[in-house]
Design a protein around this ligand. Structure first.
Ligand SMILES: [Zn+2]
Length: 171
């Protein structure tokens, strides 16, 4: 059981689905800054480093038709945050493209494969809930699950102040 009194599994799963799909899409587009707010800074750093390694090899990773299923959630409460460990099955077409020739260099561009993934989500105990998310810089309303960057002032939305973000994720 969750210690998060407001925890609703269905809502959590649909948000998690959105976040993960957005992250895979951002990796594919090489625009991970737009999903930075979904990730703990240490995870974001790891993702950026991994993408840089691909860039150095003149390759990019492509995820298509991403689908996530069979969420098994394990809740725990730590000193300053609530944690949800999610075991999921990701189905996707995954391959690497050469950025020079645009040819597939590894993976399978034609069929989906399944890979089990573990993700850890955390929400700070001192987080607060908001009805209308706004940019802390200029007050513009933010579409948190659209883009984490304020369209007006460019500030990254700090989702960790309000909700679960991803602490760990394999890909
Ligand atoms: Zn702003």
């Amino acid at each position: 059981m969750s210690d998060d009194v407001n925890f609703e599994e269905e809502k959590f799963v649909s948000k998690a689905n959105l976040m993960v799909k957005k992250i895979f899409n951002a990796i594919t587009m090489m625009q991970v800054e737009h999903v930075q707010h979904f990730m703990d800074p240490s995870l974001y750093q790891k993702v950026c480093e991994k993408l840089e390694r691909y860039q150095k090899k003149k390759e990019r990773v492509v995820f298509e038709q991403v689908n996530i299923s069979s969420y098994v959630l394990k809740h725990s409460t730590k000193q300053s945050y609530l944690e949800v460990e999610a075991s999921v099955m990701v189905r996707a077409i995954v391959y690497c493209l050469s950025t020079v020739s645009n040819q597939v260099v590894s993976g399978d561009a034609f069929s989906r494969r399944e890979f089990p993934t573990k993700m850890v989500f955390r929400k700070r105990l001192d987080s607060s809930s908001v009805d209308v998310p706004r940019c802390l810089g200029c007050g513009t309303t933010i579409d948190v699950y659209g883009d984490g960057i304020c369209p007006n002032c460019g500030r990254v939305y700090d989702l960790a102040n309000y909700d679960y973000i991803i602490q760990e994720m394999d890909w």
